[in-house]
Write a protein that binds this ligand. Sequence first.
Ligand code: PLP
Length: 349
Amino acid sequence: MTEKEIFNLLRPNIQKFEPYSTARDDFKGSLGVFLDANESPYQNGWNRYPDPRQKSLKTKISEIKGIPAQQIFIGNGSDEAIDLLFRLFCRPGTDNAIAIDPSYGMYSVASQTNDIELRKVALGSDFSLPTEEILKRADVNTKLLFLCSPNNPTGNAFELEEITDIVTRFNGIVVLDEAYVDFSDRGSMLPSLNEHGNLVILQTCSKARGMASLRVGLAFASEMIIRYLNAVKYPYNISGSTQKTALEILSRNIDSQVMEIKEEREALMLRLKEYRSIQHVYHSDANFVLVRVDNADRMYDHLVKDGIIVRNRSTMTGCRNCLRITVGLKSENEKLIQSIERYEASHIC
Ligand SMILES: *Cc1c(COP(=O)(O)O)cnc(C)c1O
């Protein structure tokens, strides 16, 4: 899609929007007499407003991801980018969005708070991507399409060719959530970002990067879309403390941790398949495993009594009696297995 076509998808109020600029935008140095922002002049390390453009953090992310800083948006978690995309593109009460089902719950929450109809399209058997059904649900008011790969809670990643096919054929913005991409062998769409003006890729520092508590979500898109995301965000959406800490943690290499999680995932999947109470262990490209059990509520309660918390996904589409289990440390996964042993002993034999 061309820039003009993308521009036409924006809400009319956004097309006319004039971003707010901070006074300090005019000053480049770091030594100065700052009497512009009504801050306290007493130094305590945090008395100045943080960089609203997160320049150093974006430079670091740009190095890691190979994407120019002007194509990176940093949000207070991925949730901020999801909400802002609704606010940029969808007219409340009029426009709609499409999402695969089951998938991440925030697409639905953000659509509801913005008064946007969310059309959910069920995944096929084995949680495959229902391309034709998805495209059939779109009409002239469909502005956003949410795909998640690897998908939460199913764990599977879609083929890049399938995703590309949808991005090429959909006449709106495709939001591809790659929160778990570090754990997948299928790879990211990031290298082909510039081939698609209508593609927004979400990643996060919350999972493989180990910064869930800091709240750093990333969106990658064309310079134009990123300009609009930056224009509508709260100016100081990422605190100074977060920017500093994230920069520091991003300098650490996570390759060995990711490799260990992937190895543990495969080992855990093999172990889980041995139990009669576990009827199916779904393929996973993420740092969690979805399993279908004999009775999800009963096994969930049993695990809680042993101090092990997993996620009961039973009520989601196509997930009856399914539990989502995060891959932990070897010792934690071992505790899970031992608890399932006890479950089998008490409920089956
Ligand atoms: C965990 C997760 C995120 C991350 O959300 P943050 O707000 O960045 O912590 C995003 N998308 C999906 C599908 C997730 O499972």
